[in-house]
Ligand binder design. Structure first.
Ligand code: FES
Length: 140
């Protein structure tokens, strides 16, 4: 049976925002899902504790591209502290829903964002001793 996507998912899939790679990024992340085989890379620029730019490359499905597009639009200009708390549920609400079997695509995108922030904090010596709370422990 074909998956049903909302108009907003299709718009973000067909006209994705923030595709690409930032040169000399402050933070970098590569994340993948071993089950579906999809992959994403994220690059971020940080200034005054805010994400000033974020780009991604997706080697994944339509909802992977759409969720990354929405997430990058939302977190651009956001403080790192706020971005760390950004949830996959927010992306899904923004898109008007995702098929159940595609929810993990949005979780992967959040994992990438958090990993890129972690990479920035490690490189800049600002990493806190405890791990970033991920919101990924929720059962899908
Ligand atoms: S199907 Fe795995 S990220 Fe979309």
């Amino acid at each position: 049976m074909a998956l049903k996507y909302t108009k907003k998912v299709m718009d973000n899939f067909l006209h994705p925002k923030n595709i690409g790679e930032i040169k000399n990024p402050d933070g970098y992340a590569e994340v993948g899902n071993p089950i579906c085989g999809d992959m994403l890379t994220f690059t971020i620029k940080v200034k005054n504790k805010k994400i000033t730019d974020i780009k991604y490359l997706s080697f994944g499905c339509a909802s992977n591209i759409a969720t990354a597009s929405v997430m990058t639009e939302k977190v651009k200009g956001m403080t790192l502290e706020k971005a760390k708390k950004f949830k996959w549920e927010t992306i899904i609400n923004e898109l008007g829903g995702l098929p159940k079997q595609k929810i993990h695509c949005s979780v992967l995108v959040i994992k990438g964002l958090q990993k890129a922030i972690e990479d920035y904090e490690t490189k800049s010596g600002k990493k806190t001793p405890h791990r970033i709370k991920t919101h990924l422990s929720k059962k899908l």
